[in-house]
Design a protein around this ligand. Structure first.
Ligand SMILES: NC(=O)C1=CN([C@@H]2O[C@H](COP(=O)(O)OP(=O)(O)OC[C@H]3O[C@@H](n4cnc5c(N)ncnc54)[C@H](OP(=O)(O)O)[C@@H]3O)[C@@H](O)[C@H]2O)[C@@H](O)CC1
Ligand SMILES: Nc1ncnc2c1ncn2[C@@H]1O[C@H](COP(=O)(O)OP(=O)(O)O)[C@@H](O)[C@H]1O
Ligand SMILES: [Mg+2]
Length: 278
């Protein structure tokens, strides 16, 4: 496996073009957050905005709208249970992330199925959290979009039918092939499976073992994917920066909160976009 480290991500995060505008940096639709897990989608959406996505719209339960507006005024908000509104927004998105806090209810399944049916092959789709569990339980197929799954080991077990103790690189590559998608397998040393290569992270620490940390990563992957032409670079560099920020904070903190990672994203991106010459 190739190692994800400071040297490997050289040149992956470009400088911004002088004549660019917000549409240059993508339109992201972030879907999730039921009545009990609004925090998950606030973290995902915040990570997407702080990663620099041009325009971010959040589809979530109405009960979360006020909190989202108050916490993240940069984002627009729609009702995820209104299918017509959701599909209208979906059609304009360049990147979609679905699943954080989505829940496993019949209504959540309806939303997921509607998205899977209507995404296009040009769009990049990140499937996380509850959406992964729903895909596994209902045996749903990867859609035509350029798809990335972001399971933790428990979700990977459901999706790939591989227990954490049974997993190895060969079996994971095989499972990835059947899924026809990129896989970010989250653990203490996260692994990324592309079609023809696998990468292993060299950063991350147990201070990051807090609820919402994966929701945050999903938002970063979406935000990076909205801006970087190279989809693989977007996935690799977001996984790296998420854990690198976590390591920096853990030098002085017993526990690292997802919101603290989010706050540091713009500074770290600046550092990595200017440090290296293409
Ligand atoms: N603030 C909010 O609103 C928050 C909302 N959230 C949202 O909650 C939703 C459900 O997501 P979830 O990951 O909490 O539950 P679920 O899919 O049932 O998986 C748990 C199972 O997997 C296992 N397992 C987990 N990690 C493992 C590992 N590394 N290695 C091995 N096993 C591991 C674990 O096994 P155990 O250790 O308990 O035996 C358990 O069986 C999702 O939509 C998410 O976005 C959360 O983000 C929290 C903050
Ligand atoms: N011990 C650890 N060392 C390094 N990274 C960790 C550790 N524990 C958790 N993480 C990271 O935190 C994130 C957890 O993701 P996930 O379980 O989906 O969280 P949530 O669903 O609560 O947001 C992953 O990116 C994982 O790599
Ligand atoms: Mg998760």
């Amino acid at each position: 496996m190739k190692e994800i480290n400071t040297e490997a991500i050289q040149g992956m995060i470009p400088k911004r073009e002088k004549d660019s505008h917000k549409a240059t940096y993508g339109r992201v639709l972030v879907i999730g957050g039921n009545e009990e897990m609004g925090g998950a989608i606030i973290l995902t959406a915040s990570a997407t905005v702080y990663s620099g996505a041009g325009l971010v719209t959040v589809a979530t339960a109405k009960v979360n709208h006020t909190a989202l507006h108050a916490r993240l005024p940069e984002a627009m908000v729609i009702d995820m249970y209104n299918n017509d509104r959701l599909l209208k927004q979906l059609a304009t998105a360049t990147v979609i992330v679905i699943g954080p806090g989505l829940g496993l209810s019949p209504e959540s399944l309806t939303i997921l199925k509607s998205v899977l049916e209507h995404v296009t092959k040009e769009q990049r789709l990140i499937i996380d959290g509850s959406a992964i569990t729903l895909m596994a339980i209902h045996n749903l197929k990867t859609p035509v979009a350029k798809t990335t799954y972001t399971p933790h080991l428990g979700e990977w077990q459901k999706l790939a039918h591989l227990k954490p103790t049974e997993q190895n690189e060969t079996l994971n590559i095989q499972a990835r092939k059947e899924l026809k998608a990129f896989v970010v397998l989250k653990k203490s040393r996260t692994e990324i499976y592309f079609l023809d290569e696998a990468w292993k992270n060299s950063h991350g620490n147990p201070a990051m073992a807090t609820g919402g940390m994966g929701d945050t990563l999903a938002g970063m992957i979406a935000g990076f994917s909205a801006q970087l032409k190279n989809y693989r670079f977007a996935v690799i560099s977001s996984v790296f920066l998420h854990s690198k920020i976590g390591d920096d904070l853990a030098k002085k903190q017993y526990v690292v909160l997802p919101s603290q990672i989010i706050e540091r994203i713009p500074n770290e991106m600046k550092e990595f976009s200017t440090k290296f010459i293409f």
